[in-house]
Design a protein around this ligand. Structure first.
Ligand SMILES: *Cc1c(COP(=O)(O)O)cnc(C)c1O
Length: 368
C-alpha cells in the first residue's frame, strides 16, 4: 500500500527545519524574554525587507491582523465593507468584530472577488471599505482594485493570509491597501509552529496604532489610549519564523509554483474543471482548486488512491449560522461562489510532495 499523499506535510517540514527551530528555542530560552521583544522586532524588520513594505507589525493570528487592520484604517461601527463570501470565516468575523457590516458580492470564475460585481455595488454608494481576499494564493488584480478604490473613495484592506509573495502585474499583494493582513497558521505558505500573524502598512500612524491595539491599546506602559486586544506575538514563533521558515520561503514557493504548473499542464479530464488565475496574477499556489460536479465521488476516488483531497470552502460565509441576527448584506447573485462551495476540491500542493506523489495525483485526476 503506498503512503497517503497528504494535504499538508508538517512532519516533512520538521525534518527540514528542526535544527534551525531548536536553535531558535535555545536562543529565546536563554534570552529570558518571551513575548514582544527583540525577536519580534527582528522578524518585523525581515518581513519589511522581504516584502518591500515600510511597516510589519506582528500579532497573535490572522484574524486579529485583519480586525486590527480594519480598525487602524479607520473603520467606524456600522461602516459597510465589501467582501467575498468564499473565504475562511475569519475574513467575515474580523469585519463583524471590528464593528463593520459585511456586504458580500460574488466571486469570478477564478474564485476571487468579482471586480465587475464589486464595481456595480460601489456605484450604488454607501461602501467605505473593500476587503479582497487573495484566495488560493492568487493575486486579485491590484491595478483594477486601486482604480476602484480611488474612483469610489473606499479604503482597501487586503487579506493576504494565502498570498504571501504573490504578485499582480509584478506588484506584491499587500502593497495597495491602507493595511494588509497575513496569518502564520502552520498550514499557510509561511507558517509558524503555532499561531501568529502580521499586519503590513506603509502608513506610520497605522503601524503605531496597530502596535498599541495588539497590546491592550497601551500607548506607553500602563497608559491606555483606547480599547485594544491581547494579540501579542511570541518571541519563539517570531524566532522560528525568521530563522527557520522565512529563509526557505522562496524555495518552497518555487516548488509550489512548479507543482501548479505540472498539474495545469497534465490534468485533462472533462469531469474536472481547473479554474484559471486572475489576469496578471503570479500565484503562490497556496491551494490548487479543481471543480468536480460529482464532488463526493471524486473525493472518494482520491481517498481510494490514498490521496487527501480537501475543500475550500464548503459553506459560504453568508450562509453561516454565526451571522444570524448580525447585520450583513448580499449585493449580487452568488452564483459562482455557490458553485465553488458545491464542487471545489483542493488537490495536495505543498513543497514536500515528491515527483511520484505528483504523478499519483495527476493519475487519480485523469482516471476519475
Ligand atoms: C487562515 C486565514 C485567515 C485567518 O488566519 P488565522 O491565523 O487562522 O486567524 C484569514 N483569511 C484567510 C483567507 C485565511 O486563509
Amino acid at each position: 500500500m503506498p503512503e497517503t499523499v497528504v494535504a499538508n506535510d508538517l512532519r516533512a517540514q520538521w525534518t527540514e527545519i528542526g535544527g534551525d527551530a531548536a536553535r531558535a528555542l535555545e536562543r529565546v530560552g536563554r534570552s529570558g524574554w518571551f513575548v514582544l521583544g527583540e525577536e519580534v522586532l527582528a522578524l518585523e524588520a525581515a518581513l519589511q525587507n522581504e516584502l518591500g513594505v515600510r511597516f510589519a507589525v506582528g500579532v497573535g493570528n490572522g484574524l486579529d491582523a485583519l480586525e486590527i487592520g480594519l480598525r487602524c484604517a479607520g473603520l467606524a461601527p456600522g461602516d459597510r465593507v465589501l467582501t467575498t463570501p468564499l473565504t475562511a470565516f475569519a475574513t467575515t468575523l474580523a469585519i463583524v468584530r471590528a464593528g463593520g457590516v459585511p456586504v458580500f458580492v460574488d466571486v469570478d470564475p477564478c474564485g476571487v472577488i468579482d471586480l465587475d460585481a464589486a464595481e456595480g455595488r460601489l456605484r450604488g454608494g454607501g461602501i467605505r471599505f473593500l476587503l479582497p481576499v487573495h484566495l488560493y494564493g492568487h493575486a486579485v488584480d491590484l491595478a483594477r482594485l486601486e482604480g476602484l478604490a480611488r474612483a469610489h473613495d473606499v479604503i482597501v484592506v487586503e487579506d493576504c493570509a494565502q498570498s504571501i509573495l504573490a504578485t499582480s502585474h509584478g506588484v506584491r499583494t499587500g502593497s495597495v491597501g491602507a493595511a494588509a493582513a497575513t496569518s502564520f497558521y502552520p498550514t499557510k505558505n509561511l507558517g509558524a509552529l503555532g499561531d501568529g500573524g502580521a499586519l503590513f502598512t506603509n502608513d506610520e500612524a497605522i503601524a503605531a496604532r496597530a502596535r498599541s491595539l495588539r497590546d491592550y491599546g497601551q500607548t506607553s506602559k500602563y497608559v491606555h489610549g483606547e480599547l485594544g486586544v491581547n494579540s501579542r506575538l511570541d518571541e519563539l514563533q517570531a524566532a522560528i519564523l525568521r530563522t527557520a521558515m522565512l529563509p526557505r520561503l522562496a524555495a518552497w514557493t518555487a516548488r509550489r509554483r512548479e507543482i501548479a504548473r505540472v498539474y495545469r499542464a497534465s490534468i485533462d479530464n472533462p469531469g474536472l474543471v481547473v479554474p484559471g488565475v486572475p489576469a496578471g496574477s503570479d500565484s503562490v499556489a497556496h491551494l490548487f482548486p479543481v471543480l468536480a460536479a460529482r464532488r463526493d465521488d471524486f473525493l472518494a476516488h482520491l481517498a481510494e488512491r490514498r490521496i487527501q483531497g480537501s475543500v475550500h470552502y464548503p459553506h459560504l460565509a453568508s450562509n453561516q449560522a454565526a451571522l444570524r441576527g448580525v447585520p450583513f448584506e448580499i449585493s449580487s447573485s452568488l452564483t459562482h461562489a455557490e458553485a465553488f462551495a458545491a464542487s471545489e476540491v483542493s488537490l495536495p500542493i505543498h513543497p514536500f510532495l515528491s515527483d511520484a506523489d505528483i504523478a499519483r495525483v495527476i493519475d487519480a485526476c485523469n482516471s476519475f
